[in-house]
Write a protein that binds this ligand. Sequence first.
Ligand SMILES: C[S@@+](CC[C@H](N)C(=O)[O-])C[C@H]1O[C@@H](n2cnc3c(N)ncnc32)[C@H](O)[C@@H]1O
Length: 278
Amino acid sequence: MTGPANDQSAADAGGQAPLELDTSKPNIARVYDFLLGGKDNFAADRVVGDQIKLVLPQVHLGVQAQRAVLRRAIRYLVVEADVRQLVDIGSGLPTAGNVHEVAHAIDPEVRVVYTDNDPVVLTHARALLASSLTTTVVDGDLLRPEELLEQPALRAMVDFDRPVGLLLCGILHYLDDKEDPGGIIARLMAQLPSGSHVFVHHLVKAGTPGEEDAEAALRKGIGRGTFRTPDQVAAFLAGLDLVPPGVVRVPDWHPDPDDRPSDDPVLNLAVAALARKP
Ligand SMILES: C[S@@+](CC[C@H](N)C(=O)[O-])C[C@H]1O[C@@H](n2cnc3c(N)ncnc32)[C@H](O)[C@@H]1O
């Protein structure tokens, strides 16, 4: 995971012009990539990742569970909720089991829009998805929700008269309270028709050993990170219909029949929820 070859791959994604990167500063997407065992990260990201591993040695189980619940949410949206348009906000660096891969395994016609505000994520995603007719990548900031949904590339892919599935997986805990995560969800959903859904994965304060240290390590490393209570996460979804089982620990959200989740307390550090616009 070290050395110039790896750093070069992060800078030169897809043969495009290298980005102007400040590799001395850790970045959310690349720290997460490191925790997932990916290669698209730099030394500064690995330092923060190692600090998180110090307080949560089993953190890899948490990030793997995050990817797994995202896959289950996509399958639920396409199969059970009959949603054929997905907008993934804070999509992160491409990794195994990307949203479009999971959705297209069920229905190749599902439209998928990836959005992120990180230029490295956008470069990698565009390199991966260059030739897709059903998938696009849009530069968007969750803090400017109306502008994000107005992007021409997104409008070209998404029919706003049909239900949309918004994916907010592992992103809302990077918003401060003053940035009003619940208000941002409400503003996004206000633009979408009845039958649209929003999926949320959020790090929580629930009395788990190490949670305060993990939150502090995130804040120290990348300047952001707010663990909230499950009730606070539920409040973000006010006015929407919570899909059973509601706001629950990640392994408890629509587990697959063959799932044998670890009982490690690290899995108590995040909740998942899906809500439908009536
Ligand atoms: C931890 S990653 C999650 C990736 C993926 N959604 C998952 O759950 O596996 C969080 C992503 O959110 C992005 N992000 C953070 N703040 C954002 C914002 N205000 N607008 C758009 N993307 C943001 C980061 O760049 C990063 O790629």
